[in-house]
Structure formats: C-alpha cells, structure tokens
Design a protein around this ligand. Structure first.
Ligand SMILES: *[C@@H]1O[C@H](CO)[C@@H](O)[C@H](O)[C@H]1NC(C)=O
Ligand SMILES: *[C@@H]1O[C@H](CO)[C@@H](O)[C@H](O)[C@H]1NC(C)=O
Ligand SMILES: *[C@@H]1O[C@H](CO)[C@@H](O)[C@H](O)[C@H]1NC(C)=O
Ligand SMILES: *[C@@H]1O[C@H](CO)[C@@H](O)[C@H](O)[C@H]1NC(C)=O
Length: 158
C-alpha cells in the first residue's frame, strides 16, 4: 500500500474497505463489486499453486464478474499480479520474495508504470493479466555475477 502511494496512486479508502469479502454471500459480493467499480487499477494477490494458469478469466471467475461494464480497471486493462518472475513454475519460489525485497526501487518503478503507463518500460516483478501478460521462468543460469559478489543495484533513469 505504501508503494502504491509512493508511486503516486491511492489505495481504497479504509472507511469502505472491509478487507474480507465472501463471494458466496450476495451482499458481500455486491459490496465488493461496488468497490471494484471505483478503482482504476487492481493488484490481485491471490495465492495460487500454479501462477502460469492464472489469467484474467481466473480473476473473473474468482470474483464472480459477469457483466464487466462498470469496471474501469478492466476497460483500461489494468489488472496486475506480482508473480511475474517464478522458478520451476511454483509460486513458492518467486522473485517477489527475494529480488523485489533487495531492489525496492524496481518495485516502485513497476508501480509507477502500472499507474502511469509510459508503454516504454518493461516491468520487472508485476505482470498485467488484463493484457494477457504471462510469467517468466527464472533460473540460476540467468544470474550473471558470481554468487559471492555483491549485487550492483539496477538504477532506473528518472
Ligand atoms: C462463505 O460463505 C459461505 C456461505 O455462507 C460459507 O459456506 C463459507 O464457509 C464462507 N466462507 C468463509 C471463508 O467464510
Ligand atoms: C482509462 O485511462 C484513461 C487515461 O488514463 C482515462 O482518461 C480514462 O478515463 C480511463 N477509462 C476508464 C474507463 O477508466
Ligand atoms: C527445478 O525442478 C527440477 C525438476 O523438478 C529439479 O531437478 C531442479 O532442481 C529444480 N531447480 C531448482 C533451482 O529448484
Ligand atoms: C522511451 O524511452 C526512450 C529511451 O529511454 C526515450 O528516448 C523515449 O522518449 C521514450 N518514449 C516515450 C514515449 O516515453
């Protein structure tokens, strides 16, 4: 939530955010949809064992969305997940819990791009499933330095 604010966005107001909604309860579902109708962008943090299979249809199914007409984040294709970089197709080994912690400037740059698209910057850790963006598999061969050598942080041009 701090990243979202630092990137120039705003989070759902605490006063209307009940945090937990049970989509099997019609009133809950309605309230949840009402909130989703007000936002320009969604970050879906749903834990799944197989991120590769998680697409926009999974999201629509999980949230019981049929009529998409009121959802600006869908019309504008801004629905993100932070499981872009995974190892061995598993959510347990994803770079969000490792690289993203050591390089917070890349996470911030990702969120800036998500909130204010330049369409000129490739996000590192987050993927836009509304645009059909998939995961990428990472492996030790992709590490270009000796593991005992300190990492040079990536510097993002302003
Ligand atoms: C959600 O609501 C359904 C229907 O009332 C109930 O069976 C289920 O246990 C609830 N799930 C959770 C996680 O509370
Ligand atoms: C989509 O984004 C554009 C530019 O950010 C904005 O002007 C427009 O209102 C948005 N459309 C919807 C449906 O949210
Ligand atoms: C990835 O999975 C393969 C086969 O399951 C295994 O042999 C390999 O050690 C795994 N690699 C890593 C880095 O976990
Ligand atoms: C895209 O990036 C290049 C190189 O960083 C820059 O010169 C160009 O102005 C950018 N284009 C847009 C539309 O931001």
């Amino acid at each position: 939530m701090q990243y979202v604010e630092d990137a120039g966005g705003g989070n759902v107001d605490d006063s209307i955010n009940k945090v937990t909604y049970n989509t099997s309860i019609p009133d809950d579902l309605e309230e949840f949809h009402a909130i989703l109708c007000t936002v320009d962008m969604v970050i879906d943090e749903t834990y799944v064992p197989n991120p590769i299979a998680y697409t926009v249809s999974t999201f629509l199914q999980n949230t019981n969305i049929e009529d998409q007409s009121c959802f600006a984040f869908l019309a504008n294709q801004s629905l993100w997940r932070f499981d872009k970089r995974i190892q061995n197709s598993t959510v347990l080994v994803q770079d969000w819990y490792d690289g993203a912690i050591s390089q917070p400037q890349l996470v911030l740059a990702d969120l800036v791009e998500a909130l204010f698209p330049s369409r000129n910057y490739t996000t590192t850790y987050i993927r836009n499933i509304a645009k059909g963006e998939g995961v990428m598999n990472i492996n030790p061969d992709m590490c270009l330095r000796e593991s005992l050598t300190a990492m040079d942080p990536v510097v993002i041009p302003c």
